[in-house]
Design a protein around this ligand. Structure first.
Ligand SMILES: Cc1cc2nc3c(=O)[nH]c(=O)nc-3n(C[C@H](O)[C@H](O)[C@H](O)COP(=O)(O)OP(=O)(O)OC[C@H]3O[C@@H](n4cnc5c(N)ncnc54)[C@H](O)[C@@H]3O)c2cc1C
Length: 335
């Protein structure tokens, strides 16, 4: 059933009061194909709305992906091949996997949003990315309603990036994703962030995937604002990757600059650090602002418009560029 002039406030974690000209929720591929046959254009696929900045009402048809299902499709040696519906809440999938004893996604605990949106920006946290456990996905082409399979190479995953942010942007609805998870002898990633320290303070010496998931949840809950309390989309900007020469130039004026080496000889500089140096951390502008505990996160204190948040984002981008010569890129999808 297609609704009209639907408020999107309950459907985006920034808590922005945009409206959809037309809106429907689909629970299986057939419902999706039938919604597409309505011919209403343009079509916007919505998951959990946790990576979207809505700066205006959305014309055309918003389709909320609510396609469910989680199943073990094949087991081969130590690998469990698991197929998950695109509308499943990502963290519900992580909890299910941890409970079943399937490893590989425990570091991605508590990331908001849906499984279908996860490949779009190759979600990542604490040293693990979706691409590390991805096998293939099924998607429906919006223009034709035809189903297609994309394998790992087809998706062209990069840092918070995939083909679905470039030439396939807005062209497909991802209806399911298949993952390869470990059944035993899990490869734990403990060196990133405070995971090891948190495990120690929990008294854990031989961590299981459940221990790692719990530690990640503890760390994330202490650092990131809960969208149910303060509207936000997590990290608003990507961490810039730049030439070493740029880093060395910054080091002359800021000897304490933080950086991480990349395999190609370039370096990654935390965007949060750059923003903090420019004095934005904790700064409030009208109803929006830069979160006090993490400068990478922009927040809606209540009643902010998408345009207010966007203006703040671009003021930050300009200020970082003026100070450091690095132009930050938004990670969030701006509509
Ligand atoms: C508090 C908080 C913390 C976060 N932490 C992280 C983190 O640690 N790491 C990280 O990577 N991200 C993080 N995010 C960002 C966000 O959770 C992810 O980008 C997530 O994958 C978005 O999922 P969604 O279902 O909410 O997508 P939406 O916001 O609904 O959509 C995002 C984009 O994907 C498209 N899309 C959605 N579903 C589909 C589909 N089925 N098929 C095709 N296109 C689709 C949309 O059209 C849109 O362009 C965080 C967000 C918040 C609010």
């Amino acid at each position: 059933m297609i609704q009209h002039n639907t408020p999107l406030l309950p459907y985006n974690t920034f808590g922005l009061a945009a409206r959809a000209a037309h809106f429907t929720e689909v629970f299986d591929v057939r419902e999706l194909q039938s919604a597409l046959q309505s011919g209403i254009q343009p079509v916007l696929i919505l998951g959990g709305g946790s990576n979207m900045l809505l700066t205006q009402d959305v014309p055309g048809l918003v389709i909320k992906n609510a396609i469910r299902g989680m199943e073990l499709v094949r087991s081969a040696g130590n690998t469990a091949f698991v197929k998950v519906g695109g509308g499943v809440v990502w963290h519900d999938f992580v909890c299910w996997a941890v409970e079943k004893g399937y490893g590989g996604i425990e570091n991605l605990s508590l990331i908001p949003g849906t499984v279908g949106a996860a490949p779009v920006q190759n979600i990542g946290a604490y040293g693990v990315e979706l691409k590390d456990v991805f096998v293939e996905l099924e998607a429906v082409e919006l223009a034709s309603g035809q189903q297609q399979v994309f394998n790992h190479a087809d998706c062209r995953f990069g840092y918070r990036d995939s083909v679905f942010k470039h030439e396939n942007k807005g062209k497909y609805c991802i209806t399911s994703v298949t993952f390869a998870l470990t059944q035993q002898e899990h490869k734990l990633h403990l060196s990133y962030g405070d995971i090891q320290k948190t495990l120690e303070s929990n008294g854990v010496t031989q961590p299981s995937i459940a221990d790692v998931s719990k530690a990640v949840i503890q760390i994330r809950s202490s650092k990131l604002p809960d969208p149910a309390v303060i509207g936000n989309c997590g990290s608003f900007f990507k961490n810039p990757e730049t030439d070493r020469a740029v880093l060395e130039k910054i080091r002359l004026s800021h000897p304490q600059v933080v950086s991480y080496n990349l395999p190609d000889g370039r370096v990654k500089i935390p965007a949060g650090w750059l923003i903090e140096q420019c004095g934005w951390k904790g700064k409030r502008v009208g109803n929006t602002g830069c979160y006090e505990k993490q400068a990478l996160v922009l927040v809606n204190y209540g009643g902010a418009t998408g345009t207010e948040v966007k203006n703040l984002a671009y003021a930050i981008i300009d200020s970082v560029e003026k100070t450091f010569g690095i132009r930050l890129e938004p990670e969030v999808n701006i509509f």
